[in-house]
Design a protein around this ligand. Structure first.
Ligand code: CS2
Length: 459
């Protein structure tokens, strides 16, 4: 579920590699698009085939991937999605639907039962939310005796398997008692929700990328994707109905996925977000342009080394400093064209998981979260500046309603701190954090990117 560029460049590639390496060709992917049906329309006339174009040092030649056997639109054909989830041949339902696709309340990590689409799905209409489609599919499986299945979240969320299991059970529990009772009981013995850590930088495909692929391949491919050469997948080995031999394709099975996920979110994704907002502030179009600004790179490094690393427990075998260096090298890939606007989108869904976790951890250790606060202040300044025009965020309307039309650090920082979907009361009331936000916001406001650079360099 979720057939964006990331799913094509990650799960589809790992799955094809696993089939090739293991000689086990019994697998195939039915891809389901979410809100837009574009990718389903692009893939259909190509029989699911698409090209992966790696960019940067050690890039492999163009490759046509064949693991997607069918692509359907979840918006136009919700019953079809439910039927595919219910089909006995379906063994795994993967999700790459981004943070906002889960419709959860970040403070309670439970399903947002106030969400109008969730509510409508609960009434029994053909479901449009991913969680609603999964539950209806599981319900049909239970009734038809179609056998166990695995639901595998592949999004950047901490303990994504536990979260997904909770949301599925929340939806099931909100159904009428005659439906929920038997379903919840069946799920207990037949559905697993392993956690995963997924990693590959995959920008949105641009028209120029399609032209370059066509030039090299000699055929037009509307669904081609661009990706960095690096890719990583760490999973819990808890599958209810079998799985491809992904380990033969380089995936790692681990009992410590939560530690991998925290490391990735708080080091890679947190710095990615920081660079996106600092880069947007300084007029940098891509992450590689932003990381080339020496003070911005310094701020990222210091946030990772001085604040994020001390507040997490690394998984065995991961060298924290090497990981940070590798992340900065990957960001610097000039051929990728990963835009700051794309990484900066949906900030309301990302800031809490990527940055506020480190802010809290650092405050709890009795230290000042100076660098993480800079990233949050840069996001705040970006929100205040783009709110009325084109803030690409699912909570744009709510943010718009909560903030003054215009304002400086003194009005914007407290107004944003009062925005409960992101900041809980505790953090919003923390004086040290608030002072740091005011400090950085004012520097951004009055001194611009260059003044900010000087302040960063002064430590
Ligand atoms: C990025 C991620 O868009 C974003 O927010 O931080 O998509 C990032 O590229 C991937 O998580 C890398 O694995």
């Amino acid at each position: 579920m979720g057939l964006g560029a990331f799913a094509r460049a990650h799960a589809a590639v790992f799955t094809e590699d696993a089939m090739l390496a293991a000689g086990d060709f019994g697998w195939g992917i039915v891809g389901v698009t979410q809100r837009s049906d574009t990718v389903a329309r692009q893939l259909a006339p190509q029989e699911g085939l698409f090209t992966v174009s790696e960019r940067g040092g050690a890039a492999a030649p163009l490759r046509v991937v064949s693991s997607i056997v069918e692509a359907i639109s979840g918006r136009d054909n919700p019953e079809g999605v439910v039927a595919r989830i219910a089909a006995p041949a379906t063994k795994i339902v993967t999700l790459t639907i981004t943070e906002k696709g889960y419709r959860f309340d970040p403070q309670t990590r439970t399903l947002d039962l106030h969400d109008p689409d969730v509510q409508a799905d609960l009434t029994g209409r053909p479901p449009v939310t991913a969680i609603g489609q999964i539950v209806r599919g599981l319900q049909q499986r239970a009734t038809a005796g179609a056998g166990p299945v695995t639901v595998l979240s592949c999004d950047n969320l901490p303990a994504n398997g536990i979260l997904t299991g909770t949301l599925v059970r929340n939806f099931a529990a909100a159904l009428p008692a005659t439906e929920s009772g038997p379903l919840v009981a069946w799920m207990r013995g037949n559905v697993t929700f392993p956690s995963t850590m997924v990693d590959r930088m995959v920008p949105a495909t641009k028209p120029g990328d399609l032209a370059a692929v066509e030039h090299e391949l000699g055929v037009q491919d509307e669904a081609a994707v661009v990706a960095e050469p690096f890719k990583q997948w760490v999973m819990e080995d808890n599958f209810a109905a079998g799985r491809p031999r992904w380990e033969d394709a380089g995936a790692v099975f681990s009992d410590d996925v939560a530690a991998w996920e925290s490391a990735k979110l708080r080091l890679l994704n947190a710095s990615h977000s920081m660079l996106a907002y600092l880069g947007l502030l300084a007029g940098k179009e891509t992450i590689s342009d932003a990381v080339a600004v020496q003070p911005f790179r310094t701020a990222c490094r210091r946030m990772m080394l001085e604040e994020a690393l001390p507040s997490i427990t690394l998984p065995a075998g991961l060298d924290g400093e090497q990981y940070c260096d590798q992340v900065l090298r990957r960001f610097a890939n000039p051929a990728l064209g990963h835009t700051t606007a794309k990484v900066g989108s949906d900030g309301s869904q990302k800031v809490g998981l990527r940055l506020l976790t480190t802010v809290r951890g650092t405050l709890d250790a009795g230290r000042a979260p100076r660098w993480a606060a800079l990233a949050v202040a840069a996001w705040m300044h970006y929100v205040a500046g783009t709110l009325e025009t084109d803030l690409n965020d699912p909570l744009a309307a709510e943010l718009n309603a909560a903030l003054p039309a215009a304002g400086d650090a003194h009005s914007m920082v407290p107004a944003l701190l009062g925005f409960r979907p992101i900041f809980d009361q505790d953090l919003a009331g923390n004086k040290a954090f608030r002072d740091l936000l005011l400090h950085w916001y004012r520097i951004i406001e009055t001194n611009g990117p260059d003044g900010l650079g000087n302040e960063i360099n002064n430590g």
